[in-house]
Design a binder for this molecule. Structure first.
Ligand SMILES: [Zn+2]
Length: 308
């Protein structure tokens, strides 16, 4: 009997926690009476963090909750749902995806019955690459995800558009800038709360990942953030930001692009350009070693295309 109990206990543990660590708890920051930021751990998906490494925002409306970004697996989505249930008994009725990357969208599957909103390009990319993202997550966290599947948005918005909606009585501005971090980014502004939710166009203390990006559009989107009357800014990864933090990010990205372009114009190859760049502003950022090389390659290709 005792052995049987032990066996069952092990079974329960292994089916909830998988092969790696324990599902992390987000840092919950109450921004005002109805808006909470759920700040996930910082870093790449791993067995240790179980694929939980993203920020989400919880907006409590009249009869339901609007969730911005749903996590990287169904297990992360369930963890986010548990945290929301501790804050409010209201159901999640809307999920907004800031872009298609798996860490922001693969938790959608948990929020059954919720309307999912994103840009048009985000929906198309979730359909096209969603299962690839499931495989990427499985290999990075080291266990299978039989219940994770991509769920694309049912309500979408065109590129380079801005639309105001009232969701659960909350005024929400859905801004789709020209593709910056990905071809289908969306930012969410709450004018009555003065809160801007940036997705991965805005990241803090971790290096922005330019792999799917357009650096010049990105710099332009960062500049436009200054037009919002935002007091609190929720980035896609890392601690909360303010407008001066965004201005600094804009400055170092503009300097970076200009540096790559100057090297290109001297006839240098991408690896030669690297040696000419002043990367001091980037070196303290998390994941610098992992991401800086591919960011230089990405910017170089963009400069090359722009100067062809
Ligand atoms: Zn992300």
């Amino acid at each position: 009997m005792k052995q049987m109990f032990l066996f069952l206990a092990i079974l329960v543990v292994s089916s909830t926690a998988g092969a790696g660590g324990k599902m992390p708890e987000p840092k919950v920051v109450k921004i005002n009476e109805r808006v909470y930021a759920l700040l996930g751990p910082l870093g790449q998906p791993s067995a240790h963090n179980q694929g939980y490494m993203v920020n989400s925002t919880v907006i409590i409306g009249d009869r339901g909750v609007i969730l911005v970004d749903s996590g990287g697996t169904d297990e992360v989505g369930n963890q986010i749902a548990r945290v929301i249930a501790r804050i409010t008994p209201k159901p999640v009725t809307h999920v907004i995806n800031t872009h298609h990357h798996g860490d922001h969208t693969l938790g959608n599957v948990v929020f059954k019955g919720a309307e999912i909103l994103s840009s048009e390009q985000c929906r198309a990319l979730v359909e096209k690459t969603g299962m690839d993202w499931v495989r990427i997550m499985e290999s990075m966290i080291g266990h299978k995800l039989p219940h994770t599947r991509p769920v694309p948005a049912s309500l979408t918005f065109a590129e380079d558009s801005s639309a105001e909606r009232s969701l659960q009585g909350v005024r929400v501005l859905l801004w789709v800038p020209r593709g910056s971090h990905t071809p289908g980014d969306m930012m969410v502004y709450l004018p009555d709360d003065k809160i801007l939710i940036g997705g991965d166009i805005l990241v803090n203390t971790i290096i922005p990942n330019m792999r799917d990006g357009n650096v010049r559009n990105w710099i332009a989107a960062l500049a436009k953030v200054q037009d919002f009357d935002a007091v609190t800014i929720v980035p896609g990864h890392g601690p909360l930001m303010t407008k001066p933090d965004v201005a600094r990010l804009q400055r170092i990205m503009a300097d970076f692009y200009a540096g790559v372009e100057a090297g290109y114009k001297k006839g240098l190859s991408d690896s030669e350009v690297r040696a000419t760049l002043d990367l001091d502003a980037w070196k303290g950022l998390k994941e610098y070693e992992v991401t800086m090389g591919s960011n230089i390659n990405r910017a170089y290709l963009e400069v090359e295309a722009a100067n062809f």
